[in-house]
Design a protein around this ligand. Structure first.
Ligand code: HSE
Length: 325
């Protein structure tokens, strides 16, 4: 390994995803150092409640996020708190202090794209958010390679909890039982309304559209909740060789972006119809590159930690600026 100085990483948040990041550091530190080409050091994690038990290796814990932001040994801030406040101010504070930011926070990136990208540009630091869409599936990286093409549409399954619920209901489980299972598995948001009513998928869809260079905002995504879909509708669809999935679709042809999220029938034999558990499926339709489909685990601690650490490694290797704007 080269003799470059080590890079310090500070974690903001130690829930399902933050704990998975910390455990990965504890369990495969040497592997991460080799991948990064230099030593990586997890300096500390900031949490709201220090007394809460968690499985997060032996990372030092603080209640004060500024203990991490003001620490000169922290080069990269990994924000996995989620939501807009206080994450928004913490991102800006990180850039003001010359830190790179890596995040899984789809709501914040979708709503505050311009502000955050401008802050990153001004501070000449990177804002990376591969984990914010489809967790381990490299769809942000994929979308960035399509710059020469005209994108026509993005469609797919962007919410693991909804896909999990649909795949269980198709086999006869009730909506409430399936949701409980998704919550126990750590896929659902703290408030699962965001999953079920399509907000979570809308944030991710907006991020993909923005990466493709088109304007979008979560308020402009038409949403239909999965909650009204009955077992009888699943049975009727299955009897016709079809099933139901909560689809996120953005049509990009022409001047306007038309985006929607909600339950729709799909062929049972399609990639989307066959997706179960927290699987995400993302298809880009373009002119030059044709149709490209990505598929893989779109939720859960380890899958999200994989994407976060991929971004950390890219920064450590000095990849080109990925502020994306
Ligand atoms: N609640 C989200 C989902 C987590 O179910 O997909 C990953 O973003």
């Amino acid at each position: 390994m080269s003799r470059q100085r080590s890079l310090g990483i500070g974690l903001l948040g130690l829930g399902t995803v933050g704990s998975a990041v910390a455990r990965t550091f504890a369990e495969r530190s040497r592997h991460l150092d080799l991948a990064a080409g230099r030593p990586l050091r997890l300096v500390a994690a900031a949490v709201r409640d220090v007394s809460r038990p968690r499985e997060a290796g032996d990372v030092p814990i603080t209640q004060d996020p500024f203990a991490i932001l003001d620490d000169p040994s922290v080069d990269i801030v990994v924000e996995v708190i989620g939501g807009v406040a206080p994450a928004h101010d913490l991102h800006l504070a990180a850039f003001e202090r010359g830190k790179h930011v890596v995040t899984a926070n789809k709501e914040l990136i979708a709503k505050e794209w311009d502000v955050l990208h401008q802050a990153a540009r001004l501070s000449k630091r990177q804002l990376r958010f591969e984990a914010s869409v489809a967790a381990a599936v490299p769809v942000i990286a994929g979308a960035r390679t399509l710059g020469a093409s005209h994108p026509r549409a993005v469609r797919g399954l962007l919410n693991g909890t909804s896909t999990f619920i649909c795949s269980r209901m198709e086999s006869g489980a009730t909506f409430d039982d399936a949701l409980l299972e998704a919550q126990r598995a750590g896929y659902a948001e703290a408030d699962p309304t965001s999953d079920i009513d399509g907000l979570d998928a809308a944030y991710k869809l907006v991020i993909l559209v923005r990466v493709l260079g088109r304007p979008a905002h979560p308020d402009d995504v038409q949403r239909t909740s999965l909650r009204g879909t009955t077992l009888a509708s699943f049975q009727a669809a299955v009897a016709r060789g079809r099933t139901i999935r909560s689809l996120a679709i953005a049509e990009l042809d022409g001047g306007r972006v038309r985006a929607r999220v909600g339950p729709e029938e799909v062929a049972a034999a399609s990639l989307e119809g066959g997706a179960s558990g927290p699987t995400n499926v993302v298809t880009f339709e373009t002119d030059l590159a044709g149709t490209l489909t990505f598929r893989g685990p779109g939720a859960g601690g380890p899958a999200t930690a994989s994407a976060i650490l991929g971004d950390v490694i890219a920064i450590a290797r000095g990849g080109a600026s990925m502020t994306g704007a």
